[in-house]
Design a protein around this ligand. Structure first.
Ligand SMILES: [Fe+2]
Length: 483
């Protein structure tokens, strides 16, 4: 596991628009920028604290770090940058993570700050194009705007609305029909609510679609969209907001309790009316990430945006865990010490009838995370999920899962630890898998990261070594243009 630990070392070096040597060749049709986000620095040493180091001790609390891989005419240029947010200045200039984080349970401090409206601007989870600008997202509403070329900080995103949000999904879903970004947040208060919202394309306005009152809000990370519905997946890992304000509750997860007797609940909401058309409870599981979802009619045929009333069932694919142990130990001490591994979930397909029958699921494959799919098939029946294998054995594979049969294909190399696989379809391609998979991987043997480019069958086309090691990050997107 020595190699794996390399992925949790602090990074400090920044480079701008550096050409990378490409081994192999990039498809000539591939043009645009892969932008990725993730924590990359947990330790600071400054004269102000006497040379002592200050540390963020939870993986999620590392300073936001963006990477950009710009592809044009078969050439690749690399930029990486830590946005100079308030959180960055507090840590690097003041030598302290205090104010953003605490020495124990940093994520707890972050949630406390959410409740008092002083949410950290350390947006280190995902990226999206909102209001025609690049935005870095996190689970507080304090999202930040970035220059898409240099990745430099342009200030916090100001919303063109007056909604109060506390715990927000960083996994927005873009509606292929309208371009609107859909999401949800939890608002804590005398009554706690999940609020489903949409951000119309070209705006920064969160328009509430509906809200659901909830007694004990759950720890939810992502959701699913079909042409006519949104599906919130609510695992029984729940809290009460007063818990965040009590002292001595330890880390983030200590404020959530696993209540398996509640089961996991699917809240199915009609997107046009906001009506919750069904709430379905299934045996308990925990999940971070949904994959794709779609609707079918009574005969199993796909249902599109214009025939929502014909939908008889929704199909939702997601990565499920037996319980909440998936989130219980992601402290830096544990990760750097090799005492914790990534949890191992299974890719499941849930069939959620909109009336009558009970829901059912099948397991498609095991030991995967970071599920992605072609953006060309979002909300439609589809063929493939691309994911990281969570089986670590001197490296871990990238996999392609056939979501009808569960059959998997793999790409693996000794001592290479893969990152989230992002699929870019070839314009005018015939088949769903006609495109490339981009994954920022750690080559532990060489102690550096590499951008790996595979075709849709997971055959390597090219790789480009970076000048340094980028710690394991979270999520990214490929943007063909910024126009
Ligand atoms: Fe995520």
């Amino acid at each position: 596991m020595t190699g794996y630990k390399t992925g949790f070392r602090d990074l400090t070096e920044e480079v701008r628009d550096r050409p990378l040597d490409v081994e192999g060749s990039l498809p000539t049709w591939l043009e645009g920028s892969l932008l990725r986000n993730g924590p990359a620095r947990w330790t600071v040493e400054t004269p102000k604290n006497g040379g002592d180091s200050a540390e963020a001790d939870h993986w999620f609390d590392g300073l936001a770090h963006l990477t950009r891989f710009a592809v044009m005419d078969g050439e690749l240029r690399y930029t990486n940058h830590f946005p100079r947010t308030e959180a960055y200045h507090n840590a690097v200039d003041e030598g302290s993570f205090a104010g953003q984080f605490s020495s124990s349970g940093g994520y707890l401090a972050k949630l406390k700050a959410m409740l008092t409206g002083e949410a950290t601007d350390n947006a280190n989870v995902h990226v999206a194009r909102i209001g025609d600008g690049l935005v870095a997202l996190t689970e507080t509403p304090n999202w930040i705007r970035l220059d898409p070329e240099t990745l430099t900080h342009r200030g916090s995103l100001s919303y063109d609305d007056d909604l109060t949000a506390h715990h927000v999904t960083a996994h927005l879903r873009q509606d292929p029909a309208t371009g609107a970004h859909w999401g949800y947040f939890t608002r804590f208060g005398r009554t706690n609510k999940y609020v489903l919202f949409r951000i119309p394309e070209g705006t920064t306005r969160r328009e509430p679609v509906t809200s659901i009152t909830v007694d004990r809000p759950a720890c939810m990370h992502s959701f699913a969209l079909t042409p006519g519905h949104a599906v919130l997946v609510e695992p029984p890992l729940v809290t009460h907001p007063s818990k965040f304000l009590l002292p001595g509750r330890g880390g983030f997860i200590n404020n959530y309790d696993w209540k398996p007797e509640r089961g996991t609940r699917f809240h199915i909401i009609r997107r046009d009316t906001g009506e919750r058309v069904r709430e379905l409870t299934v045996p308990p599981f925990f999940t971070f990430h949904t994959a794709n979802a779609f609707a079918v009619d009574a005969d199993g045929a796909p249902v599109g945006q214009n025939s929502v009333d014909a939908a008889a069932a929704l199909v939702v694919d997601l990565v499920a865990y037996e319980d909440a142990s998936a989130v219980t130990d992601l402290s830096m001490d544990a990760l750097r010490g090799g005492g914790a591994g990534f949890p191992s979930g299974e890719l499941r397909r849930y069939r959620l009838p909109l009336s009558g029958e009970t829901p059912a699921h099948e397991t498609l494959t095991t030991a995967v995370e970071m599920p992605r799919f072609s953006p060309a098939v979002h909300t439609q029946p589809y063929e493939h999920v691309f994911a990281q294998s969570t089986e670590m054995d001197g490296g871990n594979a990238l996999v392609r899962v056939d979501v009808e049969t569960g059959a998997t294909q793999r790409w693996a190399e000794p001592e290479v630890f893969s990152g989230e696989p992002i699929f870019v379809p070839r314009p005018d391609g015939d088949a769903e898998a006609d495109g490339v998979v981009l994954s920022l991987c750690l080559d532990a043997a060489e102690e550096r990261s590499v951008l790996l480019v595979l075709d849709g069958d997971l055959t390597e086309l090219a790789r480009a070594p970076l000048p340094h090691t980028v710690p394991f990050g979270f999520h990214g997107e490929f943007f063909p243009t910024w126009e």
